[in-house]
Design a protein around this ligand. Structure first.
Ligand code: ZN
Ligand code: ZN
Length: 376
């Protein structure tokens, strides 16, 4: 399948639910908005005000920008969040190729405003938040240990079992939410989730200041990992195939190498594989020193046969790495220690999601953001 998604815009799709009468009345009252539905009749006022929203729906083959997608309702101890801005992640591009067999609304990187809380903590209403994406069962060994991301029953926002943030509204448990500092812009704070994933490397692996670290891959995540490591004093080099992306790293005072200039000599204590390609681990095994560590960051749909004999012979430790802690990411953004703004290639209004995804699939693009504010 090509990298360029097909997006079909439907303006009158979607099933009529039990409140479609009021929805229709709401629309006719506010034709210009057509999305936030307030009805005038007393009966209607007893209903939740929000029934439909604009959303990007993936049906397993292609995207549909739907004007009247059923809006989510928060459950006990959940918040309804109005999305302000969302980021397109490599995982979203992989979903288009069949990753996890996901169908629904993708998207998991966001910043939004809490509109409604069910349960305590109603003081969160009106607060700007970011959210962790894993929802565990709450009762198993892993959830009780605080690693819901490893719950066997987990669902993941916009990735597995739950509609994500490429929509006007989303729901999340209150415990997943982090309030964000006022001084950070939406454009910066929307990077919290991928930046947290970059910090996860520091949580998992002891990076010695004397050791040489290589980040393989100059995409969004590779650059973020390189930023985190370099700001922590590590001796880090980022290698990639794209001059424009390597330039971003250089401007942030990070050492770079063209991937084709890498000698196959085993030269690095730690190699972080963030190429987003199935070949990345093979190359990492060429580059890591005996008894070194490879951290795997790519989540890819493609499957590849792999001979791990070299890992056995060289006694290489291979560490899988996924979602990470939000607090250090928010702190690094708030202090200015990490500046993510040079990674923004383009910002599109949500109505132009098709263009945004096309841009995200282009070779020299780093991060593409979707702005929902123009919808209101
Ligand atoms: Zn992501
Ligand atoms: Zn669980």
């Amino acid at each position: 399948m090509s990298n360029h998604p097909t997006i079909i815009i439907h303006y009158h799709m979607g099933s009529a639910d039990e409140n479609s009468f009021f929805v229709h009345r709401g629309r006719s009252l506010r034709p210009a908005l057509g999305l936030r539905l307030f009805c005038c009749s007393p009966l209607a006022s007893m209903l939740t005000y929000l029934r439909e929203m604009k959303a990007l729906f993936f049906d397993g083959l292609m995207f549909h920008l739907i004007d009247n997608y059923k809006a989510p309702s928060p459950r006990e101890n959940e918040a309804l969040i109005r999305v302000l801005m969302a980021g397109i992640c490599g995982t979203d591009m992989e979903i288009m190729k069949g990753y996890k067999g996901f169908k629904g609304v993708p998207g998991h990187e966001f910043v939004g405003v809490v509109e409604k809380v069910i349960g305590r903590y109603s003081n969160l209403v009106g607060k700007r938040v970011v959210g962790e994406i894993n929802l565990g069962c709450g009762a198993c060994e892993f959830c009780l240990r605080g690693i819901e991301k490893h719950c066997l029953e987990r669902i993941a926002l916009g990735i597995a079992g739950k509609d994500g943030v490429f929509a006007e509204y989303v729901t999340l448990p209150l415990k997943n939410l982090w309030e964000v500092p006022d001084r950070l812009s939406d454009e910066e704070v929307v990077f919290t989730e991928p930046l947290a994933a970059a910090f996860e490397v520091m949580e998992q692996v002891h990076v010695k200041p004397t050791g040489k670290v290589l980040v393989l891959g100059d995409g969004k995540l590779g650059l973020l990992v390189a930023l985190v490591l370099s700001r922590s004093g590590s001796n880090v080099t980022v290698a990639g195939k794209h001059d424009a992306k390597l330039d971003i790293a250089r401007q942030q005072k990070i050492r770079t190498k063209r991937a084709d200039e890498l000698s196959k000599r085993k030269a690095y204590e730690i190699v972080i594989e963030a190429t987003g390609s199935a070949e990345g681990l093979d190359l990492a095994l060429d580059l890591v020193k005996p008894q070194g560590t490879i951290v795997l960051k790519s989540t890819i749909a493609e499957e590849k046969e792999l001979n791990l004999t070299r890992a056995v012979i060289d006694e290489v430790t291979i560490v899988g790495s996924r979602c990470g802690p939000f607090p250090p990411a928010l702190a690094a953004l708030a202090s200015g220690r990490i500046d993510v703004r040079p990674l923004i290639s383009a910002v599109y209004p949500f109505n132009e999601a098709m263009k945004a995804f096309e841009r995200a699939g282009e070779k020299d693009t780093v991060k593409v953001l979707l702005d929902f504010k123009a919808l209101r």
